[in-house]
Structures are given as structure tokens and as C-alpha cells.
Design a protein around this ligand. Sequence first.
Ligand code: NAP
Length: 259
Amino acid sequence: MDLGLRGRKAIVCAASKGLGRGCAEALAEAGVDLVICARGEEALQATAKGIAADWGVDVTPVVADITTEAGRADVLAAAGEVDILVTNAGGPPPGLWSEWSREDFIKALDANMLTPIALIQAVLPGMMARGWGRVVNITSVSVRAPIGVLGLSNSARAGLTGFVAGTARQVAGSGVTINNLLPGMHATDRAEALDKGAARAQNISEEEARAARWATIPAGRYGTRQEFGAACAFLCSQHAGFIVGQNILLDGGASNITI
Ligand code: NAP
């Protein structure tokens, strides 16, 4: 299927690894020029070079912490006019309800709610004026099936989800869509770290820890960044203009919910 995206330009945040990288790769395959960011320069440069070589698109790497105002300004300045925005950043740490302070909440809200909102507010006017745009936010399965230890994440992502629900419907008439992709367990560095932690805690091998987590997913495995990226690219495609304000779960069936 031709996604109709050749020659478009996208910002993909937090994209040197993991799900952001998967989205950047899938958009590049569709012919989209990219501005990608991450805090660590080495991995970011390597990813940018790799994507440019594989797909022949322009890839501009910007070393930036996207959760800071200065980082967002650098990314937006490097990109100029964009057709596509994929928001993403690392998630807040796990913990217990009684331990979280006001500062912990402000940090989580800043990173996973107010950062994507600021980026959306920055790009929407141009997209609306040009009559076409796509925004995809990487959120979490926790939006639909909250995870107890991830209270900071649950809170921040619920806030972003509320903003998107209203805003997506306010701008849809201008040819701009905003949707959220909700990852369940995917095979990224984070999944590997969780497997290692579980193996240490239970005194079992990493393979045994992984097998135990896989057993909780009806698909019997983790998702891949390529699958996640393909879903993102479709949401950004010319075919997805009627998908507005949705929360699309990619979890291999792990959450036992229907709507
Ligand atoms: P990952 O594999 O750890 O990759 C994170 C990427 O984001 C790296 O490129 C990292 O590079 C970059 N990054 C992190 N914080 C950043 C920041 N403040 N500014 C700029 N770049 C930043 O993570 P992931 O698994 O892809 O997860 C992506 C998002 O999905 C997270 O919010 C996570 O909570 C959520 N999620 C993931 C899963 C999963 O199974 N993977 C499930 C549910 C939700 P640097 O470290 O160099 O900045």
C-alpha cells in the first residue's frame, strides 16, 4: 500500500531507540524526511545515519531533552514546517501511591503530558493553515488498563488523553488528525531491563523471566518496534484521515478489554 507520504516532513521525538525509532524507520520507509531527537548523541547519530542510508531520506538528528523548553525549541527550529509530529519521551519511574510528592507529579506531567501538548500547540497552526497534518502520541496501555505501580504514568497519560480527545475534534475539520498509540509490552531496552530485574529478584534466568512475561500475553511474545512503527505510519498516512482522537492499543491481547 502506498501511504501517500513521500516528500512529507516529520518530527519524531525520542527516536534513537525503541518505539520512537520504530516510528521513524517506518515513516522513512514511506519516504518521509525526518527530524529525530534524543539526549544521547552517539546512539542518535548512529540511528540517523542508519535510517538515511536504508531509506534515502533526509534525517536531521537533534541532541535534545524534549521535556525541556530549550530542547523543544531546538527540535522545532531544526524542523521548520512539519506535516507529521510523533511525540514520545521516557516514562516516569514506578513506585507507591504514598511515596509520590508534588514534585514527582510535576516532573511526570511535564514529561508525558505538558511536553506533548506544547509540541502539538507549536505545530498545529501551520498544519491547519496548510490543510493537512498528522499527530501521533506514544502513550501507554496504562491509559486503558492502569498499572498500579505506574501511578505517575497513569496520571500524566490520562491528562494528555483528555487534551487530545477535545483538541482532535476541534482541528479535524482542517485536515489534521491527532491520535494516540498505546503500547503494551514491546521488545525494547526497557523490556530487557524489566526481564533482568525480574530474573535477579526471583533468582531465575533472564530467559525464564521473559518466558513468564510472554505467558501473560495472548500473542505469546513481546511486540516489535517494527510493528509499532507500521501502525504509526498508517495513522500518518493519506488513508487515515477519518481516524480522529482514537486510543489504539497494541498489546498482543494482554488487556482483557473490548472497548
Ligand atoms: P526506550 O527503548 O527506553 O527508548 C527511549 C528512547 O527515547 C531513546 O531513544 C531515548 O534516548 C529517548 N528519550 C528518552 N527520554 C528522552 C527525553 N527526555 N528527550 C529526548 N529523548 C528521550 O523506550 P521505549 O520502550 O521505546 O518507550 C517509549 C515510550 O513508550 C515511553 O514513554 C514508555 O514509557 C512507553 N511505553 C513503552 C512500553 C514498552 O513495552 N516498550 C510499554 C508501555 C509504554 P536517550 O535516552 O538518549 O534520550
